[in-house]
Design a protein around this ligand. Structure first.
Ligand SMILES: Cc1ncc(COP(=O)(O)O)c(C=O)c1O
Ligand SMILES: N[C@@H](CCOP(=O)(O)O)C(=O)O
Length: 462
């Protein structure tokens, strides 16, 4: 299995090389040269298996011979052992044919744990075997950061720096990043928004001197291994509702397009998915684009769903790669145009996107109203991101096809918004009950590339 860049100008890599490389050296994102497929019989055989076994069978073809079967099984076993639910990703019924996929039972209470716990284990094994060390730099709008810190804390071969937008994450999210005590994880509060953080991260990858000097690695969804781990729960949930004998649909609260892109991969692999619905908050560039209005950046407006406050949606580049028939030069041209504001999508590519994804948005008031109404109707306390999913899912679902809405974070990560909507204060799990008493450690820093690189260099030299 080889991995190729969406911009067509970087070397082909193995799974392990792509995982440790992060951004391709032509600025693109790695994708598998061919997406492996599973037969209906293979998918049907997942019924009744553990989450870990399905994970092994879904991901195995992507990994090639980088990890031996037993080694890979052990890695998967360690990754999910710390989850707080035996099913790992349980389904809850909200209404007839509408289900919530709870993805917040991992150690940091968001769906990011599914991939981050796995790649923490994969990095550990791969780096040990190679005798290498790396510097991981990550950009977060709130959840990737704490998941990465949790997964890599204390790992000797790795230093982790997480850039988050100062003042634009929830207090729980901030404290999850500023209170870990492991000496190898570092929180950076950047003056700017998430797009600034992600932009600087890509700038660091494109600064080859810095990249090679610090041995830069990435654990954002830039890293295909992140997306791959998220493909698994599309299979487990769909099979639980009768796939492959029956089609299912998914609605996915979307920001950086990684989670919905994992759904796209699952569909390409053979999972019978009817609709893949993109749900955005008021930062709705993806909904505007999928409605045929081009991909044009606006100002990022802070919302009660801060993890989705994103305008430059990294993985949309991967979707465009397929929409443009894997034409790397065309994708590179679009990404150039994005630097100066945006681009129109060609008619052929738009037809592909419209046939593949549906979309919708939720305003702040609609998000709050959905938290309130869903709590009254089913007793399910949604986080604002999940509420956006439920609101948009209700606009798209068909009576004859089960709809699965992804609940991407635990409501306790966003207590202010949840309490405002429902009058219920969602408590943190007992293992995190003292989060507000722990002391914080964070560096406030500008979004200037040189300042960030200088800080990272000096910290790792200590
Ligand atoms: C809670 C939550 N929901 C939804 C999203 C959007 O996911 P993605 O960026 O993969 O589209 C994020 C951030 O990634 C998130 O943290
Ligand atoms: N919402 C994310 C943004 C980063 O997304 P990623 O999937 O590329 O890591 C966050 O919580 O940080």
């Amino acid at each position: 299995m080889k991995y190729i860049s969406t911009r067509g100008q970087a070397p082909e890599l193995t799974f392990e090389e792509a995982m440790l490389t992060g951004l391709a050296r032509d600025g693109g994102l790695y994708v598998p040269a061919e997406i492996p497929t599973l037969s209906a019989e293979e998918i049907a055989s997942f019924a009744g298996l553990s989450y870990e076994e399905v994970a092994f069978r879904v991901m195995r073809p992507f990994v090639g011979d980088c990890f031996a079967d037993q080694e890979f099984r052990d890695i998967i076993g360690r990754a999910y052992a710390g989850f707080g639910h035996a099913a790992r990703a349980p389904l809850k019924q909200l209404e007839p044919n509408h289900f919530l996929l709870e993805l917040f039972h991992g150690p940091t209470l968001a769906f990011k744990d599914f991939a981050m716990q796995l790649i923490g284990q994969l990095f550990e094994v791969a780096l040990k075997r190679r005798g290498e060390t790396v510097t991981i730099v990550g950009a977060t709008s709130g959840d990737t950061g704490s998941a990465a810190m949790e997964a890599f804390a204390g790992l000797e071969a790795v230093n982790v720096f997480i850039m988050y937008p100062h003042g634009r994450v929830s207090e729980v999210q901030r404290r999850q990043m500023t209170t870990p005590t492991a000496a190898n994880v570092h929180a950076l509060a950047v003056d700017g928004d998430f797009d600034d953080c992600q932009g600087r991260l890509k700038d660091m990858f494109n600064d080859f001197d810095f990249r090679d000097e610090v041995k830069l690695a990435g654990v954002n969804s830039i890293n295909f291994a992140r997306v791959l781990a998220q493909v698994v729960y599309y299979f487990t949930s769909a099979v639980a509702l009768g796939a492959p004998h029956r089609k299912v649909s998914f609605t996915v609260p979307t920001g950086n397009f990684g989670d919905i892109f994992a759904g796209f991969i699952a569909k390409q692999m053979g999972l019978p998915i009817d609709q893949l619905v993109v749900a955005t908050n008021q930062n709705d560039i993806l909904h505007r684009c999928l409605s045929g209005n081009g991909y044009y950046k606006g100002e990022t407006i802070p919302s009660i769903s801060p993890s989705m406050d994103i305008q430059v949606s990294s993985n949309f580049e991967r979707a465009l790669f397929y929409a443009y028939d894997k034409d790397g030069a065309a994708v590179a041209q679009l990404m150039d145009e994005l630097k100066t504001g945006g681009f129109d999508v060609s008619q052929g590519a738009m037809e592909f996107l419209a046939a593949t994804f549906a979309s919708g948005r939720a305003s702040e008031d609609e998000t709050l109203a959905t938290i309130k109404s869903e709590y009254a109707a089913s007793g399910e306390l949604l986080c604002p991101h999940g509420a956006i999913g439920v609101k948009v899912a209700n606009e798209h679902r068909k009576t004859e096809v089960p709809m699965i809405t992804l609940a991407t974070a635990h409501p306790a990560k966003f207590p202010a918004a949840v309490e405002k909507a429902s009058d219920v204060h969602p408590p943190l799990p007992s293992r995190m009950a003292d989060l507000y008493e722990r002391s914080e450690r964070v560096t406030r820093i500008s979004s200037d590339l040189a300042a960030l690189e200088d800080h990272i260099r000096k910290t790792i030299a200590k």
